[in-house]
Every structure is written in structure tokens, then in C-alpha cells.
Design a protein around this ligand. Structure first.
Ligand code: GLU
Length: 495
């Protein structure tokens, strides 16, 4: 059979560089083997999934020039490609597992499980599900089902011994079964968890090679167990190394922009970004730094992947992007520039506030320059309120705005106003810090209108830079701020 690969993102946040990197390697592998590359949307986590993230994902992949043969927008022989449209299938296999006693009912409530965990901790044990559902008699299960008690289905896991898996890049990996939890397969609302849906779909979609990030290695024994229980042949697994910052820490949006659309919005060339992602742990046989996607496909060889934690270094990316840009002929450069300006569409968004304080048309460019820049130069003393207070304002604003689903001036204002009230700050004090963070100036165009024009990714990036400039970058500081934010807002932060 021809190779079939897939990328299976969960649209729970802005599309991430790491997803593009995984997609790129899957695409190259499939094409190099004359096969197909599938885009599957894993949207089973109904609390965190948002439609706009799926839209942004498709938009960012299109912008990058990543193409797929089958997917939610273009169909294919194995449709549908959105897991939320395949629930009946997962239930059918969950029932099969139950019948064969490879899965079991668990009626434990959240409180009961929390209590179990507390007791385990008190005994100095690592908290884990203790298998209590396994001891229920058939009659007891029947009684509870008749009483309509909520339940989940969990995976039966061998009590002892070792799970053995073969990773195509790493060889044999062994994980003690005692380290593998009795995974929930079907949630109490009847929806599947990632693990069940992922395995069922990889099988039904005839995926031959699962190429994904190394953070999934620990889940693979559960997946292989499911294949075994269902009597299916598992695919080959290739776990790619995670992208890292130059100091080797995991790529994190707290430290640098990780959203693909940020790179579009500040004017990187998609082919250059793809080229750079192609250099993450992989190199051309002749080690050349600049190459196109079709050159990468032509020379692609998974065995050339090095596992040593690829470094995503923005300085290196800037250099490579510069090489690409400077090599364009004049007409293409100007056309690309115009296309970028059109896509940014900044002027119409700020037309109204633009007129304040101008005497000549030539006063305009200076006024709007900050809207076109990527990052702006900023130092802590640019802020008018104390550094500590400014830091709280910009960090909390970042977390608040990150969850703003409709990015427009009214929503941005409403979101920030709620925060200012929660922080018991006057709007002037509050917004002056936001002004400086976003524009580098103490007063600029109406700030919420400017942020709407800048777009969410670039606005958040400016706030992030301000957090770093104000000393909020360390883990310790960040944790202290997070605690304070939680206390203030009283709900949970999605990381
Ligand atoms: N939905 C998972 C993710 O968001 C897919 C992991 C996998 O490729 O198996 O990364």
C-alpha cells in the first residue's frame, strides 16, 4: 500500500508553528513515497475547541503552501475528516471493547476520584486511577445503568510487565505497564477521548505511518494496546523531536511568538518559513540552507532526522527570510509587498481615529508606522506607571485577550475594561500601560482600534515583549503573576 500520513491537530488554540513542522514532515514523507497526506481535525475536546481555530488552521496552512489530499474542506474516500462528525463510529468500537472485556465501566464521580488521589498522595504514592471500576459485579453495573448513573468507559491495562514499542527513529522503547493509566475511552457525555478516536481513525483512514511529536511517546503503549484489542495492524510510529528555544527549553508562547499567523502578519515569506521548519532536525544531503518545498520532497529522507532537539531561533529565521526576500526580482518583491499590505488591511481599520491631530497627509505615515512594524523597541522606563504595576497590567491583559474570540475594537475594549475593573484601576492608568506596550509611545491612535488593526497575534506579541522587558520572563515571576491573576479572575487559565 502507498504511504498514507496525516496531521491531526486539535483546534483549541491559535495554529502553532509546531503543527506546521509536523505537517511538513508528514507531507514530505507521503509525497516522497508517492502517497497521500491527510488533514484530520481532532475536535473532541468540546470545552476547548473553537471553530475559529479550525478556520485559522486551514488559513495558515494555505498561506504556508502546505497542501493535503484529503481533509474536511475537500473530502476524500475516508470522510468525514472532523472527529465531531464521527461519534457513532467511536461508540461502536468502544462497545466492542466492552463486550470483549477490554474496557470497563467506571461510575466514580469527580469528587470520589479527587478523594482517591488525596489518599494516595497522603500515602506517598503517585496518584493514579486505582482500578476500582474493575471490581464491580455485573449485577451492580446493571443496577447503576438502570438508575442512569453517569459513567465513563476505561481501557483495561495489563497489571504488570512491560509495554514494548518500536519507534522508527529511536528503536525499541519500553514502558512499564504500571506507568500506563487506565485511560478513559468514552466520556460520560458519550464523546470519545483523543486516544480512542485517534486510533480508530488512524485505522479506518488506513494511515500507514504516524509521524507526530515526541510528547505522544508515552501514549503510544495505550494506542498499541487498542490496536491489539481490536485485532488491527498498527501503523509505524515516528516521534519527531520537539522544537526548542536557543537555550534548549521547549518552544513556548510565553517567550516568543509561536502562532503561524504572527509570521504572516509581520511579513515573513511563507516559503522561507517552511524552509526554516524543514531545517528543524533535518538537512539537505548537501547541507544547503535555502531550499524549496519541492526540493525538500525530492531529497526527503526520514532517517536523516537528528533527535537532538531542533532549535527554532528567530535570528536564524530572520536571516533566512532575508536571503529569500533579497533574491526576489523587483517585480515579485513589489508584488509580495503589495499583497502583504492588502492582507494587513490596516488603513481602513484606523481611518476614523487617523484624522485626529493631522494637518497634512504627510503627517500620516509617522502616525501609523507602529501598525506595520513587527516588534517595536521598548525599554521598561518607557512605562509611566511603576514597572511592577505595568507588568501586572500587560501580563494580565495578555491572558485576558488571548481568550478573546472575536477580535474587534469593541470586544478588545470590553475585555480590557473588565480587567481594569477587576484590578480596581482607573482606565487612564490601565490604558497608558497598554498604549506603551502596543505602540511604544505614550499616546497613539485610539489603542483598541489600533489593536484591532494589528490583529490578535501581533497585539499579543507586543504585550509579550512588554512582559519580558518589564522582567516578567522568569518562571518564578511568571508563576507568581499567574497565581495573582487566578485569584483576581477566579477561573482557570488555559496554558
Ligand atoms: N490531536 C493531537 C494533537 O493535537 C494529535 C496527536 C497525534 O498526532 O496523534 O497533537
Amino acid at each position: 500500500m502507498n504511504a498514507r500520513t496525516r496531521v491531526a491537530p486539535s483546534p483549541t488554540g491559535a495554529p502553532h508553528l509546531g503543527t506546521a513542522y509536523i505537517a511538513l514532515f508528514n507531507l514530505c514523507f507521503a509525497k516522497q513515497h508517492g502517497g497521500d497526506f491527510v488533514l484530520r481535525i481532532e475536535d473532541t475536546d468540546r470545552d476547548r475547541v473553537h471553530q475559529r481555530y479550525e478556520k485559522q488552521l486551514l488559513e495558515s496552512f494555505h498561506w504556508l503552501g502546505l497542501t493535503w489530499d484529503e481533509g474536511p474542506d475537500r473530502g476524500g474516500d475516508y470522510a468525514p475528516y472532523r472527529q465531531s462528525e464521527r461519534y457513532a463510529l467511536y461508540r461502536q468500537y468502544a462497545e466492542q471493547l466492552l463486550e470483549k472485556e477490554h474496557a470497563f465501566y467506571c461510575f466514580a464521580s469527580a469528587e470520589e476520584l479527587a478523594h482517591m488521589r488525596c489518599e494516595q498522595l497522603a500515602r506517598g504514592e503517585t496518584p493514579r486511577y486505582d482500578g476500582r471500576g474493575l471490581s464491580l459485579s455485573k449485577a451492580e453495573i446493571q443496577r447503576r445503568l438502570c438508575a442512569h448513573e453517569p459513567y465513563v468507559l476505561r481501557l483495561k491495562v495489563p497489571e504488570d510487565g512491560t509495554a514494548i514499542m518500536h519507534d522508527q527513529l529511536r528503536g525499541r522503547i519500553e514502558i512499564e505497564w504500571s506507568q500506563v493509566d487506565m485511560q478513559v475511552l468514552l466520556k460520560s457525555d458519550g464523546s470519545p477521548t483523543y486516544h480512542l478516536a485517534n486510533v480508530v481513525d488512524d485505522h479506518l483512514m488506513c494511515i500507514t505511518d504516524v509521524i507526530r511529536g515526541e510528547e505522544w511517546i508515552n501514549s503510544t503503549p495505550k494506542h498499541l494496546l487498542l490496536y491489539d484489542y481490536l485485532g488491527w495492524q498498527p501503523p509505524k510510529y515516528w516521534h519527531l523531536p520537539l522544537l526548542r528555544h536557543p537555550d534548549k527549553s521547549k518552544l513556548s508562547k510565553r517567550r516568543a511568538p509561536t502562532g503561524i499567523l504572527y509570521y504572516r502578519d509581520v511579513g515573513y515569506m511563507p516559503a522561507a518559513l517552511l524552509n526554516y521548519l524543514g531545517r528543524m532536525g533535518w538537512s539537505m544531503p548537501d547541507e544547503r540552507e535555502k531550499f524549496t518545498l519541492s526540493e525538500m520532497i525530492e531529497h526527503f529522507d526520514m532517517t536523516r532526522i537528528s533527535l537532538g532537539g531542533p532549535i527554532f531561533d528567530s535570528a536564524k529565521l530572520n536571516w533566512l527570510n532575508g536571503v529569500w526576500l533579497r533574491e526576489l526580482d523587483d517585480a515579485t518583491l513589489l508584488a509580495d509587498y503589495k499583497k502583504w499590505l492588502d492582507q494587513r488591511n490596516i488603513l481602513p481599520a484606523v481611518a476614523t481615529p487617523l484624522r485626529t491631530g493631522i494637518n497634512k497627509l504627510s503627517d500620516i505615515p509617522e502616525k501609523i508606522l507602529f501598525l506595520y512594524q513587527g516588534d517595536i523597541a521598548l525599554v521598561a522606563d518607557d512605562f509611566t506607571t511603576s514597572h511592577e504595576r505595568s507588568l501586572e497590567i500587560v501580563q494580565f491583559a495578555y491572558w485576558h485577550l488571548e481568550r478573546c474570540h472575536e477580535w474587534n475594537a469593541e470586544n478588545i475594549f470590553a475585555t480590557l475594561q473588565t480587567l481594569a475593573t477587576a484590578m480596581q484601576l482607573g482606565l487612564n492608568d490601565f490604558f497608558s500601560a497598554i498604549f506603551v506596550a502596543v505602540s511604544g509611545k505614550r499616546d497613539a491612535l485610539e489603542i483598541t482600534v489600533s489593536m484591532a488593526a494589528l490583529g490578535q497575534e501581533v497585539s499579543l506579541s507586543r504585550l509579550r515583549t512588554a512582559v519580558l522587558v518589564l522582567g516578567g520572563g522568569s518562571k518564578k515571576k511568571s508563576r507568581a503573576l499567574e497565581k495573582k491573576y487566578h485569584q483576581l479572575i477566579g477561573d482557570s487559565l488555559t496554558s
